[in-house]
Design a protein around this ligand. Structure first.
Ligand code: PHE
Length: 446
C-alpha cells in the first residue's frame, strides 16, 4: 500500500485544527453567550472548562487518532481488534454526515451573502433585510446552487490531499481570517457608543452566573473545539509521532478562544453603537450586521470583509467534517481518493437538499416537532456528538492500557510532563469527563 498522506509542519497541523475549530460558533454564538452570562466572568469560566475538561478530551481524541494512523472506523480494528469500540467510528462518521448536510446549507447562505455584499446589495431598511434573508433561505433553487458550490469547493480542496490540500489552504486562509476580523474589530470600536458593546463583553458580572452558565460554557467548549466528531481523530492520524499532543491541542484551544473574543469585539460594539439589542445565530449575521454595514461609512467594504470571514470560517470547518467521511470511504472501501470524495460529496449533497428545502418547500415535513434541518442538528449535537466524546474518553480511560496512554501522550518519552499533570489528565479522562458528558446528555434529552 502506498504511504499515508501526512501534515508537513507543526504550523500546518495547528492551522488545520484551528480551521476546524473556528467556525460559525465563534462568530455567532460565543460573543452572545459572553455578553449574556456576565462578560469576563463567563470568559474565565469558559477558559477553566476548556483547560480542565475539554482539553483532556481533545488529548484523548488526538492521541488515539495519531496512534492508529487510520480513519476513525478502521482505527479500532488496529487498536482493539475483535472489540466493539468500532462503534465510535460509526457514530463519528454518521455525525459528520448529518452535521455537514446542514452546515453546507448555511455555508451556501454565507456564499450567497458574500456575493450579495460584492454587489453592495444591503439597504438601510431593516425590514427589507429581514425579507432578503427570508427570501434567501426559503426559495427552492437558489440556496441549492450555493450549497452545491460550497460543498464542491470543499471537495476540491480535499482533492489535493492533506499536505497539498488541507494544509496548504489552511496556511493561507487562517492568517487571512485573523487579519480580516481584526480590521473589522478596529473599525467597530471606533464607532460612537462602542464602549457599551465592550462593556457588554468584558465587564465582569458574577451575578449573571448561574448553573446554566456552566452548561452553556461546556456545550460551547465542545462544539467550538470540534471534539466528539472524529475530526481531531482524523486530522491527528495524519500527524507525525514527534508532535507534542498536549501543546498542539492547547495552542488550538487558545487560537480558537482568541478568535472568538476578537469576533466579539468586531460585532458587539457595532451592534451597541446602533442601539440594537444583541442577538445570536443567523439573525445576527444575516440581518442585524448587514443593516449596520449599510449605515456606516465604508460599510460596504466591511460587509465584504465580514462575509468573507464567515465564509472562510465555514469552509475550513466543512473540509474537516468532509475529511472524516472521505478518509473512511477511501480506506475502508479501498477506492481512489478522487472517487471517495465524489461519493462523500454526493451523500452530503443528497441529504443537504432536504435540509435546504426544509426552510421553505418542505417546512411542514416534521418529526418530533422539528423540520429536517433542526432534526439533523439536534440529533447530531445532542446525541451523536456527546456519545462519541463519551466513548472516546471511556476507551482511553478504561479500554487502553495506562502505559500505552503515557507512551502516546509523551510521544514515546520524547516530551516530558510533570507526574502531577499526567495524573490529572488521566483522572479527568477516566472519571470527570464521562461524568460531565453524561450530565450534559441527560440535560439535553430532558
Ligand atoms: N467548531 C465549529 C464552530 O465553532 C463548529 C463545528 C464543529 C464545525 C464540528 C464543524 C464540525 O463553529
Amino acid at each position: 500500500m502506498s504511504q499515508r498522506d501526512s501534515f508537513a509542519s507543526k504550523f500546518g497541523v495547528l492551522v488545520a485544527m484551528a480551521g476546524s475549530a473556528i467556525g460559525l460558533g465563534n462568530l455567532w454564538r460565543f460573543p452572545y453567550l459572553v455578553g449574556t452570562n456576565g462578560g469576563a466572568a463567563f470568559i474565565i469560566i469558559y477558559l477553566a472548562i476548556v483547560f480542565l475538561l475539554a482539553l483532556p478530551i481533545m488529548y484523548s481524541e488526538f492521541l488515539i487518532g495519531r496512534r492508529a494512523q487510520s480513519n476513525v472506523f478502521g482505527a479500532f480494528k488496529k487498536l482493539a481488534p475483535g472489540s466493539h469500540w468500532g462503534v465510535i467510528g460509526v457514530l463519528s462518521i454518521l455525525c459528520c454526515v448529518l452535521v455537514l448536510s446542514f452546515y453546507s446549507v448555511v455555508g451556501g447562505w454565507t456564499l450567497d451573502y458574500l456575493v450579495k455584499s460584492l454587489a453592495f446589495k444591503f439597504t438601510s431598511e431593516s425590514a427589507q433585510l429581514d425579507g432578503l434573508f427570508e427570501q434567501t433561505i426559503t426559495s427552492s433553487v437558489r440556496p441549492l446552487i450555493f450549497m452545491f458550490l460550497f460543498v464542491a469547493l470543499s471537495g476540491t480542496i480535499l482533492l489535493s490531499g492533506v499536505k497539498e490540500g488541507i494544509e496548504k489552504y489552511s496556511k493561507v486562509l487562517m492568517p487571512l481570517l485573523f487579519v480580516m476580523v481584526v480590521i473589522i474589530a478596529v473599525r467597530s470600536v471606533m464607532l460612537p457608543g462602542a464602549m457599551a458593546g465592550l462593556e457588554f463583553l468584558f465587564k465582569p458580572d458574577f451575578s449573571k452566573v448561574t448553573s446554566t452558565t456552566f452548561l452553556d460554557a461546556l456545550g460551547q467548549a465542545f462544539l467550538s473545539l470540534s471534539v466528539g466528531f472524529g475530526i481531531i481523530f482524523t486530522y491527528a492520524s495524519y500527524v507525525k509521532r514527534e508532535v507534542n499532543v498536549v501543546s498542539m491541542s492547547q495552542q488550538t484551544a487558545i487560537t480558537d478562544t482568541v478568535f472568538a473574543i476578537i469576533a466579539g469585539v468586531a460585532i458587539m460594539p457595532a451592534v451597541f453603537s446602533f442601539g440594537i439589542s444583541p442577538g445570536q445565530g443567523p439573525g445576527l449575521v444575516f440581518v442585524t450586521l448587514p443593516y449596520i454595514f449599510s449605515q456606516i461609512p465604508l460599510g460596504g467594504i466591511l460587509a465584504i470583509l465580514f462575509f468573507f470571514v464567515l465564509f472562510i470560517a465555514a469552509i475550513t470547518s466543512a473540509i474537516s467534517l468532509l475529511e472524516v467521511i472521505v478518509a473512511y470511504i477511501v480506506e475502508e472501501f479501498h477506492i481512489r481518493r478522487k472517487n471517495g470524495i465524489f461519493w462523500a460529496v454526493g451523500i452530503v449533497l443528497f441529504l443537504g437538499i432536504f435540509c435546504s428545502l426544509s426552510q421553505g418547500l418542505l417546512a411542514e415535513v416534521k418529526l418530533f416537532g422539528n423540520n429536517i434541518f433542526d432534526l439533523f442538528d439536534k440529533f447530531s449535537s445532542n446525541i451523536l456528538m456527546p456519545l462519541g466524546a463519551l466513548l472516546i474518553v471511556l476507551y482511553v480511560g478504561w479500554g487502553m492500557k495506562r502505559a500505552d496512554f503515557t507512551d502516546e501522550i509523551t510521544s514515546g518519552g520524547k516530551h516530558g510532563f510533570s507526574k502531577w499533570f499526567l495524573n490529572y489528565v488521566y483522572w479527568s479522562i477516566k472519571y470527570l469527563a464521562p461524568l460531565v458528558i453524561g450530565v450534559i446528555m441527560i440535560r439535553s434529552l430532558l
